[in-house]
Structures are given as structure tokens and as C-alpha cells.
Design a protein around this ligand. Structure first.
Ligand code: ZN
Length: 242
């Protein structure tokens, strides 16, 4: 399984694209989130319009979904024919369908079918088993776990952990976790560094990647993880093979 990070930034990061990533199994490709500033990076990594089999949406804030319509419009114009699966909540589906209508009017459809999967139901895409668990965010957000051939990758989306998301992360080889602040201050609807480190220990996670960091906390975060060999702050375009 390969993880390719497209963006790692928080909503309004002046330098980093919105958090988004590609996950590849043997023959399937999954896109996690597609915020407004992630689209350029997605287009750079996804040059074949048929490449992505599934889009998984963690939650529906603009920095996670406002690239959705430009993306499917681009793939439609580029000759995509393969049906596209989209995994999200019922409300998420209605938001994305409304965005399509707002952008292009009620009659427009891409030249391929959209196939909806309701989160948090478990799903299987090729050799990739996908499970979900809610986190604590200002809107419903689901953390995701991908398992392929005994290897596991987890991705928190936004929000502080819950008992369910901690259970989802247990034994993950690699966990990408949102980490908005570098100290123990409470950031409502977000996670801080001490909590991320606690999750890593309690859930016996092999390696922890931190992302969605508040711009003012990037340098303190770097300094704070210097002594933690298992913790990193991945950058856009970085790849991890599991
Ligand atoms: Zn959010």
C-alpha cells in the first residue's frame, strides 16, 4: 500500500495546500478529501482521469470538499468513463449534489456515474478494506483505516480522538493525525500534540505523521517532536510505502 500526500495544510495555511492524500493498493486508487487548494496538487498527481476509483470524504468543510466539483468537471472533460465511487455521509452526499447544482445548474451531470457509499459502513475496494470511526469536530468527521495484506494505514481527518477512533487506530503501522496545536492547550474540535502522542502510545501505532498544523504552531511542533523518532511532519508530495 502506498500513501502519497497531496496537501498537509490547515484550512487557511498561506503555504501548504489543504489536507488531501492518495492511497493505492495493488490495483485501486483512493483519494482522501479534495479541498479548494488541493485541486492543483491532485491534478498534478492524477493525470489519468480514470485513475481514482474512490473519493473518501472525512467531512464537509470547504478545505476538504470545495475542490470536488472542479475535479469531477475536469475528469469528465478529460474523457473519464469509469464510474466513480464516493464514500461519505447522507448529508455529505446532499451537500456535494447541491454544489454540483450551484456550479452548473440542475441538469448538469459528469459523463460518468457517481456511485455513493454511506459512511460509516465498512467497505472493500479491490484489496483494500476500509473502516470508519467518528472524531470530535465542529461537523461530523470520520477517521479512516485502510488495511491491505496485513499492513494498515489510518487517517484522522479533522478533530480530537474519540473512543471509537482510538479503537480504529489500534495497531496501525502508520497514522496520519490532525495536530492543530503544539502544546496542551485546548483547541475545540481539533487535536493537540500531547493528545496525538498519547494516541500513538495507547493505540500501539508504529509511526505517527502530523498534519493540519496551525501556521503559528509549525516551528514549535517541529521542535517538540525532535526527540520522537517515530513522529514526523510529512510534506506535500511525500510518499510512504507500507
Ligand atoms: Zn474541518
Amino acid at each position: 500500500m502506498r500513501l502519497t500526500l497531496i496537501g498537509t495544510g490547515s484550512a487557511h495555511d498561506p503555504d501548504l495546500p489543504n489536507a488531501s492524500a492518495l492511497v493505492e493498493g495493488a490495483d485501486k486508487t483512493i483519494l482522501i478529501d479534495c479541498g479548494f487548494s488541493a485541486v492543483r496538487g491532485i491534478n498534478r498527481h492524477v493525470t489519468d482521469p480514470d485513475r481514482v476509483d474512490l473519493i473518501v470524504v472525512t467531512h464537509h468543510h470547504p478545505d476538504h470538499v470545495f475542490g470536488f466539483v472542479p475535479l469531477i468537471d475536469h475528469w469528465s472533460d478529460s474523457g473519464r468513463t469509469k464510474a466513480l465511487k464516493i464514500a461519505t455521509t447522507q448529508w455529505g452526499r446532499s451537500q456535494l449534489e447541491s454544489l454540483i447544482t450551484l456550479a452548473f445548474g440542475p441538469l448538469w451531470r459528469p459523463k460518468f456515474n457517481l456511485v455513493w457509499h454511506v459512511v460509516p459502513d465498512e467497505m472493500q475496494v479491490g484489496d483494500i478494506r476500509i473502516r470508519f470511526a467518528p472524531t470530535l469536530h465542529s461537523v461530523p468527521n470520520h477517521a479512516i483505516r485502510f488495511d491491505v495484506c496485513g499492513k494498515s494505514l489510518a487517517y484522522s481527518g479533522d478533530g480530537a480522538p474519540t473512543a471509537s477512533s482510538r479503537a480504529l487506530f489500534v495497531g496501525a503501522d502508520f497514522l496520519m493525525h490532525e495536530c492543530y496545536v503544539a502544546d496542551d492547550r485546548d483547541a475545540p474540535g481539533h487535536c493537540n500534540l500531547p493528545t496525538c502522542l498519547d494516541v500513538m502510545r495507547e493505540c500501539a501505532v508504529g509511526r505517527l505523521g502530523l498534519y493540519h498544523i496551525h501556521p503559528d504552531h509549525k516551528d514549535p511542533m517541529k521542535a517538540a517532536i525532535a526527540d520522537h523518532a517515530q513522529v514526523c511532519i510529512p510534506q506535500p508530495d511525500e510518499m510512504f510505502d507500507l
